[in-house]
Design a protein around this ligand. Sequence first.
Ligand code: S6P
Ligand code: ZN
Length: 207
Amino acid sequence: MREPGVFTVDIERGELRGAATRYRKTLGDLAGLYEDDAAFETRLAELGPEAVMYEVTDHKPSADAGDMIIGVTRMAPGRIGREFFLTRGHIHARADRPEMYYGEAGTGLMLLESPEGEVRIVEMRPRTLCYVPPFWIHRSVNVGADDLVMTFAYPADAGQDYDIIARSGGMRQRIVDDGQGGWQAVDNPAWTPRSAEAIAALKEPAR
Ligand code: S6P
Ligand code: ZN
């Protein structure tokens, strides 16, 4: 039997206090993610490769089926060119595993893409609860002026496949400045649909 856990969501710091594990993604880690390479290089020169773009603190009790990982993610506000700051995004390695995200602070989006290429966008604000269904690629985007802080929970055996987005030339849509203080979703011209075989492989029952 495992012991119960108790943690505190520290909204100001954007972290799960008491959680044992933490990782940070810096600007230097995110090369190739954004549409505008020149703007990325400019940002890199301004902020430096060590600038923290987002950070995750979580409690991973185990990787057992039936167990759960809980944590908090905090993402800085900003843009690379016209494109808002984003996470790498992934599909779960066991693709049939779902996730929930709960908005704690800031304004963001959950950008979702199905294997078939359908796109959904969920606006995240404090107290928004987003259900990420099995099989959906998910990426968070900070479209606000402040840190975006969200709590999440997902099955402990889910894992992450980060390569799925790169294999299709990025996600189908990008979230960019609309020139009026808001955001808009635009098609990514580099996106290519997944093959029927690739889709079928994703839908194979998880081990
Ligand atoms: C994991 C879950 C979150 C993300 C975090 C960072 O399944 O969705 O913990 O890991 O939001 O995003 P990413 O795409 O870099 O893992
Ligand atoms: Zn996930």
